[in-house]
Design a protein around this ligand. Structure first.
Ligand code: HEC
Ligand code: HEC
Ligand code: HEC
Ligand code: HEC
Ligand code: HEC
Ligand code: HEC
Ligand code: HEC
Ligand code: HEC
Ligand code: HEC
Length: 420
């Protein structure tokens, strides 16, 4: 037993002895830079603990070159003979990162599925093209990824994590002062924060909902597989886009040079859609192209009436069932049936994009049937509640009458006894 304990203690001691020199021979760059006064020089050494590169064994020298073993020896550590590169100039940063990130055989040693086209893609974007022309204000790799604390994209603290991207882009694009030299709006962040997409992404934590880079791409001019940002909506809203593509609007919009979805929904501040959009009045998307009393808007009014009719019936059925439930009735079955009516409503709202009255009518008619049945079940349950209440009241009355009768009888008996 003692021998085993001794052996374990010896083993631990051996590990400590072997480890200590390594631990002491930390990275010379980090060691010395932590001790430097100037914030510009010491900040990287403190920040680096959050950097994914360090976590993968890549220290300061992997980006800046130099000799990381030259303890307390700046001349040797910074020696050009050891490949010291210094601080990369802003216009050279994409290539500095690309030295590794554009090299598939190097990168695949770390991660077999990582993409290696970021630099190539970057130079197709407005950012990359302008950087090439000498513009220093556009985003380079470190504007979106930070520097010295570059985190993996799936890290929730990363500047590139879906819920943080809007602030990352908005840091420049929402800063009117910074963007002054350019003749483009600076309201994208502010508007995006009012959109259904932002609401869905942040409040409902649905990462399928787009942020800036989902529509604009992160590195290239557009996300992969999208020919133009103006057509990006169809990438996710596939079914809606198919309905639109088959509608008379599809070619009409193309002839007018108007983009498909954003003409009616806008791009950054997309509001929750409703039947009100079919109004045709001032401020509705239809008024841009159609006169108030034109045939298309008469058709729009017809569509609106059908959809509102179904939505109204569903609301009525829901309210009735809720009342029945509060009165203690079992509403499981009719509530379940109402799901089908809601599905028809969703179908009808999507079918608006087809402009096909028949298709919408088919959806609303079948939904109305179901909603009507649910409504009637609810009404049936409510009248049963009434009936039970009436029955209860009647039996209460009988009981009270019997009690009163008994009371009177007892008094009568008492009085007789006293008279006797
Ligand atoms: C013994 C201290 C010491 C060591 C070791 C050291 N540095 Fe430095 N480093 C400095 C000082 C001091 C400066 C300020 C500029 C100067 O004096 O060259 C500096 C500046 C830099 C700069 C900024 C250069 C610029 O142009 O602004 C970079 C980048 C840098 N060091 C990277 C490294 C890397 C990478 C290593 C390890 C391979 C390293 N340093 C090791 C002390 C050190
Ligand atoms: C992933 C690559 C990468 C790694 C790893 C890295 N750096 Fe840097 N470093 C850069 C880039 C890019 C810049 C230029 C930043 C800029 O233009 O603002 C830079 C700038 C600097 C500067 C100049 C800061 C300034 O504001 O002028 C210093 C000093 C520096 N790095 C030191 C270090 C030290 C020390 C480490 C290790 C603790 C390190 N770097 C690790 C990429 C890297
Ligand atoms: C305008 C902001 C922006 C710029 C500039 C940018 N990135 Fe990215 N990058 C992102 C975002 C956002 C992601 C998250 C995933 C995605 O959307 O592709 C990302 C993902 C990555 C990834 C993870 C792998 C991948 O491709 O998904 C790497 C590696 C990367 N970027 C490297 C770079 C390099 C190198 C540069 C400079 C050439 C650069 N990035 C420039 C925003 C940017
Ligand atoms: C010395 C080679 C090298 C250099 C230079 C380099 N990187 Fe990396 N980078 C890597 C490796 C290796 C990984 C880890 C890949 C992995 O495991 O997924 C990585 C990971 C990343 C990731 C996380 C990717 C993910 O899967 O989430 C980002 C973002 C990134 N680097 C950006 C940059 C930026 C920006 C620069 C330039 C400032 C840069 N890198 C410079 C080698 C390098
Ligand atoms: C470092 C500041 C900075 C950051 C961060 C930044 N951008 Fe930019 N961006 C610019 C500048 C400057 C331009 C050039 C404006 C121009 O030429 O019209 C530009 C141009 C653009 C353009 C082209 C605008 C046009 O039509 O001319 C788009 C789209 C864009 N950025 C999207 C993004 C997205 C998306 C992000 C975040 C993933 C982002 N940017 C992050 C500074 C930045
Ligand atoms: C749902 C998709 C979507 C999202 C999310 C989105 N955009 Fe856009 N954005 C567009 C479309 C579409 C255009 C118009 C492009 C065109 O006409 O080619 C546009 C235009 C732009 C422009 C050009 C100037 C302008 O305002 O017309 C910039 C810059 C821009 N967006 C930045 C951003 C930023 C920053 C964010 C995040 C805060 C963002 N966008 C979020 C789709 C989107
Ligand atoms: C990256 C995928 C993606 C892109 C790109 C995208 N969306 Fe969305 N969109 C979603 C998700 C996810 C939701 C929320 C779930 C839902 O209600 O369908 C949503 C919701 C909506 C809604 C509200 C639906 C409702 O019933 O409340 C509208 C309208 C909308 N998007 C229009 C657009 C338009 C217009 C564009 C192009 C400018 C666009 N979307 C681009 C994924 C996307
Ligand atoms: C960008 C301009 C534009 C906008 C915005 C627009 N329309 Fe149209 N619409 C047209 C054109 C052009 C036609 C004629 C197409 C044809 O029949 O060749 C048309 C045709 C129609 C038709 C007749 C389709 C048929 O059966 O022949 C209806 C209905 C219609 N639009 C409804 C609407 C409604 C509802 C809105 C608002 C939600 C709207 N439109 C918004 C341009 C527009
Ligand atoms: C002519 C104007 C117009 C165009 C073009 C248009 N929409 Fe719509 N969209 C509407 C109206 C009106 C509604 C509301 C229907 C309702 O609630 O009754 C709506 C509702 C929606 C909804 C919520 C209902 C559903 O379908 O799930 C989404 C998502 C949507 N649109 C996406 C898109 C996309 C993606 C495109 C491009 C392919 C597009 N829209 C093109 C007018 C338009």
């Amino acid at each position: 037993m003692l021998r085993v304990i001794c052996f374990i203690l010896l083993a631990i001691a051996a590990v400590v002895v072997i480890r200590v020199p390594f631990a002491a021979a930390e990275d010379a760059c980090i060691d010395c830079h932590k001790s430097l006064r100037e914030e510009r020089l010491n900040r990287p050494a403190f920040k680096i603990k959050n950097d994914y590169h360090l976590a993968r064994g890549l220290g300061c020298h992997s980006c800046h070159g130099g000799d990381q073993t030259a303890l307390d020896n700046k001349a040797q550590a910074h020696s050009p003979a050891k490949g010291f590169l210094g601080k990369p100039k802003r216009h050279a940063i994409p290539e500095a990162c690309g030295r590794c990130h554009s090299d598939p055989s190097y990168m695949r040693q770390f991660n077999p599925s990582i993409r290696t086209d970021q630099v190539k893609e970057y130079y197709t974007s407005v950012h990359g093209k302008r950087l090439r022309d000498g513009d220093q204000k556009v985003a380079v790799c470190i504007s979106c990824h930070d520097v010295h604390a570059i985190r993996a994209v799936k890290d929730q603290m990363a500047w590139t994590y879906p819920t943080n991207v809007a602030e990352t882009c908005g840091g420049c694009h929402g800063n009117a002062e910074y963007m002054k030299p350019y003749k483009i709006p600076t309201d994208q962040l502010e508007k995006y924060k009012q959109s259904v997409h932002y609401e869905t992404l942040t409040k409902r934590a649905d990462l399928a909902s787009p942020t800036c880079s989902s529509c604009h791409g992160s590195h290239g001019a557009a996300p992969p597989g999208v020919d133009s940002v103006a057509n990006v909506c169809s990438h996710c809203h596939v079914a809606t886009a198919e309905l639109f593509a088959k509608s008379p609007h599809s070619s009409a919009f193309a002839d007018l040079g108007m983009p498909a979805c954003v003409t009616c929904h806008s791009n950054h501040d997309i509001a929750p859609p409703s039947e009100a959009m079919l109004g045709g009045g001032e401020g509705t998307p239809c008024a841009t192209c159609h006169e108030a009393s034109s045939a298309p808007l008469k058709k729009a009014a017809e569509l609106r009436t059908m959809i509102e009719g179904l939505a109204g019936r569903i609301d009525q059925a829901t309210a009735t069932l809720t009342r029945a439930e509060h009165a203690g009735m079992e509403i499981g079955a009719p509530k379940f049936e109402l799901i089908a009516a809601n599905e028809s409503l969703i179908k009808a709202r999507a079918a608006v994009h087809s402009l096909d009255v028949e298709q919408i009518k088919t959806a609303t008619d079948s939904g109305l049937d179901v909603a009507q049945k649910s409504l009637e079940s609810g009404q049936g349950l409510l009248s049963e509640v009434q009936f039970r209440r009436k029955g209860l009241a009647a039996s209460m009355l009988i009981i009270i009458a019997v009690l009163v009768g008994l009371f009177l009888k007892i008094r009568e008996v008492d009085r007789r006894k006293r008279l006797d």
